[in-house]
Write a protein that binds this ligand. Structure first.
Ligand code: 3HC
Length: 702
């Protein structure tokens, strides 16, 4: 009836059906809002139409505003002429028919409709805070009017996706349709049913008030996670306006607050992170006619902390998973740990007890290789030593059915060497999970030279199916994440030699936005683990920069939290790190023995010493073709190391300082400290042409 490439109006008897068609997720891209407005005007002017349905084609209702348009100087329609306003002013009722996602501007449009119905699998939410802005299409004014201030605050400051049944309970959705119903047909029938009801129910006409103290309590509750950020606080201020101002004034306040955020540094960084996370899934040098294998039967070898966490990840996402270990005792201990982990989540209220039981029932302990021979994916997660892993891969090669994928959870071992013990190296790849494996989002997929495209795609897809963000890494010592992080780990100890204390370095990194300082993290992970790696590297490389202070602590049995002493001291049963004068004395003593001149450091010097060393290493990784793009390094730092998301990632942050400045500083430290600061060739080339890191062209993947 009415046609635009992205929105069309069809007639279904006396009901006008407005269909948004902007693949893949119906974001409000160019022409979409205008198309909806045109269709509404046409339908309102057509006497044969009594009511309208707003619905999305394809896999979603509307996923929100087009994020690519933000910060580009785009023109926003003035208040009064936006889709929300036109929906509000419609003389005939409009029913939003929701499937897939109604997020951000999508939910805001739905809330400006007079009725909302959804299929049970639909999800709704206002996730704007996650990209550093606030709901700017009336969401901060309408949602509190539907669900109350408290719930609106929780949804808007978390950005979480709310499943349709819960949204119905909260009052966002009027009706959830039975499973399997045809959404369009049901929406048309619903529209016919409500067509004559007047006055039209408009969310803007509802009132909302808030109990005293709600907003301050919310500010307090988000203080930790919202550190250094504006958007969460602006979200609260906008909801507060909904409770204290008339609707139109509240909308104006929302617009003012939105304008302050759209081009903020945090919004730019968060938008960058959003797209970097989508880019990382793309494997540009693999053939496009190969698809990942649709695996169904995963198995995990090794019921230790990592193996247990990996098995939980499979179970959490609906997979029946087999887990085996060298001994029954190991299996029992592993299962006990898994049970305890789930029980803690139940106690915290983040997991329902019946869901815990369903997940536990999916984890099957098996006694030996024969029991897993028929699985299509095996993740080996035993002790991190080549001589332990090799016999396991030999055995897997012998027993596993043809075509099974053999993955190793390793954080540093040579995957080519491991694959070479099998007669099917094309089916072997590394899958480096981060600890705790059931919690951490990053899965680094390590690419040995003989792995087939199908194997690599299957490993990447496996990660996504169990809730991870998969990122491809080359087979280089430490792969991409740990290799780029390694110089940071050395530099933080070298800073101590030169006059810093652990608590001083930790404070700088906490102020920067990390949840914990790197020394406190070291104590949590165990200092003995790093010492093993240093020994291995020192044997392999006579020029390896030793870290005598770290070695000394390990020699003294200070392994971290598990021995109540590491970089800090700990009280029994308490994880709070306390600065330890004994550590300070060891540091000064070793520094004196090494004859290192002592100096005072500014926070900026500390920050740059740590992060620039990693930027330089990341450039070496890119120039060697061990990663596809600088933004993949960023994704790894965000999800593997807790880098503050509102700073975009390591390389994005460095771009904020400027490639020339970074190069000049690294070159000067090269003069001062020698070889470990030698600038990478790529870094020098980027500085010469003033090309940002995120536009760097790495060597072809090797
Ligand atoms: N704008 C622009 N592009 C978007 C987009 C958006 N809002 N949402 C998704 N896309 C793009 C992705 O970049 C990706 O592109 P690519 O194929 O070129 O890489 C493609 O759509 C598919 O996205 P996903 O891979 O993420 O698809 P999924 O099915 O895994 O997830 C989703 C779907 C849950 C909708 C997820 O894409 C998402 O969370 N999108 C963002 C939702 C959002 O933040 N909405 C609020 C926007 S701000 C707003 O509305 C402001 C308003 O208040 C004024």
């Amino acid at each position: 009836m009415s046609d635009s490439p992205v929105v069309r109006l069809e007639k279904d008897g006396d009901i006008g059906v407005i269909i948004v068609n902007y693949p893949p997720v119906n974001a409000l891209g160019p022409g979409v809002s205008e198309g909806i407005i045109d269709s509404l005007n046409t339908a309102n002017a057509d006497p044969s139409i009594k009511a309208m349905v707003l619905i999305g084609d394809g896999r979603s209702f509307i996923a929100g505003a087009d994020i690519r348009g933000f910060g580009t100087g785009r023109k926003r329609a003035p208040i009064g002429q936006r889709t929300y306003d036109v929906l509000d002013a419609s003389a005939k009722p409009v029913v939003a028919a929701i499937h897939g996602f109604a997020l951000g501007g999508g939910l805001e449009n739905a809330m400006a409709c007079h009725y909302r119905i959804a299929v049970p699998s639909a999800k709704v939410g206002l996730p704007e805070v996650l990209i550093g802005i606030l709901p700017g299409g009336g969401g901060t004014q309408r949602l509190p009017r539907l669900v109350g201030a408290q719930t609106a605050l929780e949804m808007i400051t978390s950005g979480r996706h709310v499943p349709a049944p819960e949204a119905a309970k909260l009052g966002i959705i009027d009706e959830v349709l039975p499973d399997g119903t045809n959404l369009r047909e049901s929406a048309v029938a619903y529209a016919r049913k409500i067509a004559d009801i007047r006055p039209l129910p408009r969310v803007r006409d509802k009132t909302v008030t808030a109990e005293q103290g709600v907003f301050d309590a919310c500010r307090k509750s988000i203080a930790r996670r919202a550190r250094n950020q504006k958007a969460p606080y602006h979200c609260i201020a906008a909801v507060e306006a909904a409770c204290t101002l008339p609707f139109d004034d509240g909308i104006r306040r929302e617009a003012e607050l939105f304008a302050e955020l759209e081009t903020s540094d945090e919004a730019k960084a968060l938008r960058y992170a959003f797209f970097a996370e989508r880019e990382v899934a793309k494997l540009p040098d693999l053939p496009t006619n190969v698809a990942p294998y649709d695996f169904e039967k995963p198995a995990v070898i090794g019921a230790g902390t990592m193996g247990g966490g990996i098995a939980m990840s499979f179970a959490d996402f609906g997979y029946d998973v087999k887990i085996m270990d060298a001994s029954q005792e190991g299996l029992d201990r592993g299962m006990e740990r898994i049970r305890n982990n789930y029980a803690t989540s139940v106690k915290r209220g983040s997991l329902a007890e019946d869901e815990m039981n369903r997940r536990l029932a999916r984890i099957h302990l098996v006694a030996g290789y024969d029991d897993i021979a028929n699985c299509d994916v095996v993740v080996e997660a035993v002790f991190e030593r080549m001589d332990v892993k090799k016999p396991i891969f030999e055995k897997l090669d012998e027993v596993m059915k043809p075509g099974a994928f053999l993955f190793s959870n390793t954080s540093a071992l040579d995957m080519d060497e491991l694959a070479s013990v099998t007669k099917r190296p094309e089916y072997v790849a590394g899958t480096h999970f981060f600890s705790p494996a059931n919690v951490m989002k990053l899965l680094e997929v390590v690419r040995p030279s003989k792995a087939s495209p199908e194997t690599l795609m299957t490993a990447m897809a496996m990660g996504r199916r169990i809730g991870k963000i998969s990122a491809m890494a080359g087979n280089t010592d430490g792969f991409v994440a740990n290799r780029s992080r390694a110089p940071f780990n050395s530099e933080m100890v070298i800073l101590l030699e030169e006059g810093c204390l652990p608590e001083q370095v930790d404070q700088v990194m906490i102020d920067f936005g990390y949840p914990m300082g790197p020394f406190a993290v070291g104590d949590l992970a165990g200092l003995d683990i790093g010492a093993e790696g240093r020994k291995r590297r020192a044997l392999a490389n006579p020029n390896y920069r030793k870290l005598p202070i770290a070695d000394k602590l390990v020699e003294m049995g200070r392994f971290g939290q598990k021995t109540s002493a590491g970089w800090y001291r700990y009280e029994k049963g308490d994880r709070t790190p306390h600065p330890d004068p004994e550590v300070a004395a060891i540091i000064r003593q070793v520094a004196a023995e090494m004859n290192v001149p002592q100096k005072d450091f500014t926070p900026t010097e500390i920050l740059q010493r740590l992060l620039f060393s990693s930027v330089n290493e990341a450039c070496k990784i890119l120039e060697e073709g061990k990663a596809y793009r600088a933004s993949d390094v960023d994704v790894m730092w965000l999800h593997g190391f807790g880098f503050p998301r509102y700073r975009g990632g390591l390389m994005y942050w460095a771009d904020g300082i400027g490639v020339k400045t970074v190069y000049a500083q690294i070159a000067s430290w090269h003069q001062q400290y020698g070889e470990r600061w030698a600038p990478s060739r790529l870094l020098r080339a980027l500085a010469e042409t003033n090309t940002p890191f995120r536009e760097a062209k790495p060597a072809p993947f090797a």
